[in-house]
Design a protein around this ligand. Structure first.
Ligand code: TNX
Length: 533
């Protein structure tokens, strides 16, 4: 017995060499449970993948896995339903269940789950269990070891998201895809696209072509702007779905609408009175229209806007045409959006009268519902009556988040002081804003969505989203600098249970994640809090 104990002790000491252990592989986000054991699986071109369960849905995941491997190794693994040493088992098909198990031994690797998404997350964890070189291209590696052990994992929140503001500065489809690749590695599952704002309208609407012919032609700082055709958008949706990511489109309204008001003067509350005066307040437009019925008053298109300050624009909440417009926009976008959500914005409508705002939000929620979608809105929408199931995205005002919870609605947590990826890390950061806070990596990591707002607990929370606003972000390099490594911290806040999160542990794991990013050529912020060497 003593001899056995000594043997197993020496074996486990042997396998405890730093980096040889499964638990030292630098997983981000941290899995719920990891147990390391001795031994390792040798991966080389001889290994085969064995699929069991609903083959159709697994085939896409296997080809994703093979694509990742072949970029680095130059070979793919054969796959089929016959016996193979890398086993993928879909045990049921319950899409709500995102959990998975990953077991690695000398003889085989087994990923099992009750949904294709669970299998996909198991594959992500398996990729992180491999040497970080697997994330580099053309390494020429022919064979490597994956340390043995067992992982059981399950996300804390079902909505784990990020947002790209493609309105302030446009980002092309390639950059969005590149972002989706990174989100997938972090097990994030919702990408919110902020498709319209004062500075640009970024999605083709076939029934209102001037939105892009005029409203997409510039951006903050006066650059050339751009937009997604509906075909581009469908391609983003498809690429995202391959990575188990759902696209959430946002049309921000009634404020943040200058680009639309510049495209169609008929929508603009601004009006030319016969005496040559120009009125911009909604109520006076209606009064003026009554007063001067029949005379030649005209609404006039707003000027395109390339500044940064917002809060000056509004749709005319009393105008029938406004709702015809919204109906068309929601219909066209809903038709090409398979996901359940449509984001209606609703933030910073500073020139919309309070009553008009409430009326507008309630009416727009109905339009969205009639097109089969659930509305999400920035927290201000909770000052209106929310339809059941609709979601308020908390960013600034706790009292708004509480209003939503009091109505029985759920909250998407994006507190600007923690989750805003456009905030500078510190006062020396070359781009970014700081109106909410400076957010160093530790600050992005050290918070708990379930205790962040008094009176809002875990069951009130749908999930966590990290938005990237792009007033100061002009290209992919700027994006990467602000997003990484903080997106890793926020992914862990959304995935890993609060009880298991630990800053010291995160620091050692994000260092390894940094090597994976480096291997992909991602220029991330080297926070001085982490030893990246
Ligand atoms: C506030 S967050 C905004 C955005 C800005 C952002 C900059 C929100 C709902 N509105 O319009 O881009 O701050 O950090």
């Amino acid at each position: 017995l003593y001899a056995l104990a000594a043997l197993s002790l020496s074996l486990s000491l042997f396998s405890c060499n730093k980096g040889d252990n499964l638990s030292d592989r630098g997983f981000v986000p941290l899995p719920t449970q990891i147990s390391s054991s001795s031994g390792s699986f040798t991966l080389n071109a001889e290994q085969k993948i064995q699929i069991s369960g609903n083959e159709e849905s697994l085939r896409g995941i296997v080809s994703y896995f093979n694509q990742q491997l072949s970029k680095s190794l130059g070979f793919e693994l054969e796959s089929g339903t016959e016996s193979g040493s890398i086993k993928i088992e879909l045990e049921a098909n319950n899409p709500e269940d995102e959990s998975y198990e990953l077991t690695i031994s000398d003889e085989e690797i087994l990923i099992s789950a009750n949904s294709p998404a669970g299998i996909f997350y198991g594959v992500q964890t398996l990729l992180q269990a491999m040497p970080v070189e697997v994330f580099a291209e053309n390494t020429g590696m022919q064979s490597f070891e994956i340390p043995a052990g067992e992982i059981q994992d399950n996300p804390a929140y079902s909505y784990r998201g990020s947002m790209l503001d493609v309105s302030r500065h446009f980002l092309p489809v390639e950059d969005v895809k590149h972002y989706l690749d990174q989100m997938a590695n972090l097990k994030l599952n919702y990408l919110h696209l902020h498709l319209s704002d004062d500075q640009g309208w970024r999605i083709e609407i076939k029934s209102w072509p001037q939105l892009t012919e005029i409203g997409a032609q510039t951006e903050v700082g006066g650059g050339e702007g751009g937009f997604f055709t509906q075909e581009d958008y469908k391609e983003i949706v498809r690429y995202a779905a391959e990575r188990f990511i759902t696209i959430v489109p946002e049309i921000d309204m009634p404020g943040h609408t200058n680009a639309a008001l510049a495209s169609y003067g008929d929508l603009n509350p601004g009006i030319n009175l016969p005496d040559g005066d120009f009125e911009t307040v909604t109520k006076s437009v209606d009064k003026a229209e009554d007063e001067f019925k029949g005379s030649n008053i005209t609404r006039e298109a707003a000027e395109l806007y390339t500044g940064r300050e917002v809060g000056f624009s509004t749709l005319d909440t009393d105008l029938d045409l406004t709702y015809e417009f919204i109906e068309d926009v929601v219909r066209e976008i809903a038709e090409i959006t398979p996901g359940p959500y449509f984001h209606i914005g609703g933030d910073e409508s500073h020139v919309t009268a309070k009553d008009d705002y409430v009326y507008f939000i309630e009416r727009v929620q109905e339009i969205v519902r009639d097109h089969g979608k659930t509305s999400i809105g920035w927290d201000e929408v909770a000052t209106s009556k929310l339809l059941p199931g609709n979601v308020a995205q908390f960013w600034a005002l706790e009292e708004n988040a509480k209003l939503a919870v009091d109505q029985g609605n759920q909250i998407l947590m994006s507190p600007a002081k923690k989750a805003y990826l456009d905030m500078q890390y510190d006062s020396t950061t070359r781009i970014g804003l700081h109106w909410a806070a400076y957010i160093e990596l530790d600050s992005a990591y050290l918070w708990d969505p379930a205790t962040y707002v008094d009176g809002i607990s875990k069951s009130d929370i749908l999930g966590v989203e990290a938005p990237l606003w792009t007033e100061t972000v002009e290209n992919r390099a700027d994006t990467e600098y602000l997003v990484f490594p903080r997106l890793g911290a926020l992914a862990e806040v959304a995935w890993s249970p609060a009880s298991s999160r630990d800053w010291e542990s995160f620091k050692s794991r994000i260092r390894v994640m940094g090597q994976r990013w480096e291997n992909q050529g991602i220029g991330f912020y080297k926070s001085p809090l982490v030893n990246w060497e």
